[in-house]
Design a protein around this ligand. Structure first.
Ligand code: SAM
Length: 193
């Protein structure tokens, strides 16, 4: 979703409905150019043709491309448990993001540019008033007029996201629920789905 929204890592990113922090952490990893999977082991490392030397070379090459986080990555949620989980996950991923407990309606406006990315409650898995959250998201976007907006949305939220001017760029499933990824169009964005 973050890449589909055209995020390059050179601008701030904020997830105001962060839950356990996945989106903000991914944005930080992208901004730091940290290659996915550098810290884990893969099943193919046990294959007969696997070359440990070549693998080490690739990992070391990928690590050389890492840079420190130079943009602000922010995550917030109204729920104290979610905030604690997001902080824990960010520490485990070794990314320095700002995680605060805050209601979406209290998101401060920002005259700069950036990416507002989120995964609003679906109304199936998370009990919530999806329409109210989308209305608040629309208000938050008005306070950040030069920010792009991206979201993963279940059926109920996807209809509201279209009303916010977002266009679907891919369809997938999240926890068995059909979802769409919708983004606000950029001048250079390609065709949707
Ligand atoms: C579907 S979850 C987000 C999951 C998240 N992407 C993750 O990685 O875990 C939606 C989140 O929105 C939060 N939320 C719902 N309404 C909110 C509001 N009005 N203000 C702030 N957070 C809200 C919930 O507490 C929940 O954590």
């Amino acid at each position: 979703m973050i890449l589909a929204a055209g995020f390059s890592g050179d601008e701030p990113c904020c997830d105001p409905l962060c839950g356990s922090g996945t989106i903000a952490i991914e944005a930080a990893l992208i901004a730091m150019r940290r290659a996915p999977g550098t810290g884990r082991r893969f099943a193919f490392q046990k294959w007969p043709g696997f070359s440990a030397r070549q693998w080490e070379h690739l990992i070391s090459d990928a690590r050389k491309q890492e840079r420190s986080l130079a943009v602000r990555i922010e995550a917030s949620d109204q729920d104290a448990g979610a905030v604690a989980a997001a902080r824990e996950n960010a520490a485990r991923a070794r990314v320095s993001i700002d995680v605060v407990q805050r209601r979406l309606a209290d998101l401060p406006s920002d005259p700069g540019s950036g990416l507002l990315a989120c995964n609003p409650p679906y109304g199936v898995r998370v009990g919530a008033d999806v329409k109210r959250v989308l209305r608040e998201l629309g208000d938050a976007a008005k306070g950040r007029p030069c920010w792009h907006l991206a979201m993963v949305a279940g059926e109920a939220a996807a209809a509201g996201a279209r009303e916010l001017g977002l266009a679907p760029v891919l369809r997938t499933q999240n926890g068995g629920i059909p979802v769409e990824v919708l983004v606000s169009p950029r001048a250079d964005s390609g065709p949707g789905v």
